[in-house]
Design a protein around this ligand. Sequence first.
Ligand code: SF4
Length: 330
Amino acid sequence: MKTKAIALLSGGLDSILAAQQVKEEGVEVTALHFNNPFSVSPEGQKKELLGKISNQLGLKLNNEALGKDYLSIIKKPKFGYGKNLNPCIDCRIYMLRKTKQYMKSSGASFIVTGEVLGQRPMSQHHKALFDIEKESGLKEMILRPLSAKLFPETIPEKKGWVERNNLLSISGRSRKIQLQLADKYKIKDYFWAGGGCLLTDSNFCRRLEDIIKIDQLNLANIELLKVGRHFRFGPSFKFIVGRDEKENQKLDYLKKENDYLFKPIDQAGPTGLGRGKINESIKELCTKIITRYSSGDQDFKIRITNDKEKIDEVYKAEMPENNKYRSFII
Ligand code: SF4
């Protein structure tokens, strides 16, 4: 019977090559992908690409959503943040602990990752990688085929499940060897940088910090952070304005029962979504902001709707005075 392994598949080239390398050793590899709410790539696009990748590699693909418990490490990571709000070490530990459960339930003997020594400043240097292994309870059970020869032997190597001489010794940020391997294996479909993580984006993290501060970190609010211009009017009200038609539609889609939608009537202009406790002066300010980003004239009118309270009002909107609205931008 073949030895089994679980390969973490982010969709980035390194994770694909790592899985391929271990498969070539005659190991039965199953892929596991974590759906990260902070991924730059839209879910549909990711799903399609991951489907293509796993088909090409001939791997069964499992998906695991990073949910509520994942958010708690974003708020208070034991090993701290990288340059922005990216808690990379805690994030890896979290994913590997989950993978360990998969490993046990599927009868696999070890885990494969595409990590490359020295590629990422926070989580891919010797000490961090050892801390990650120790904290996830996977000492010597994680095989990193792309840099394996730069690390002490792991159990899969010691047991002869994979041949150490066939593994690689890549280090650093250059992608040269990986691109050569992609050519060799005819791998054309993959995400650059594993699909990208918004926790490393300073603009996104400014907005994220805002919802962490007021204790509103949840999956629905994270989705909103990815769309439009954001304004904060005190701890209990947030306003988001679409920057194009696609974002206006996205705001329609993301609207929850208690949210307010602001839409220009009979004129082109952005959609605004208000979340939280509203009052007359906030409504007025929101309508002015909508006007600011529209081509509206003095007769510009905006309809405000809220499902629950059945509000449907028409406002005559004015431009905000002296760019005052700017102080509310997050
Ligand atoms: S970049 Fe994002 S997904 Fe990757 S390890 Fe860091 S926090 Fe996790």
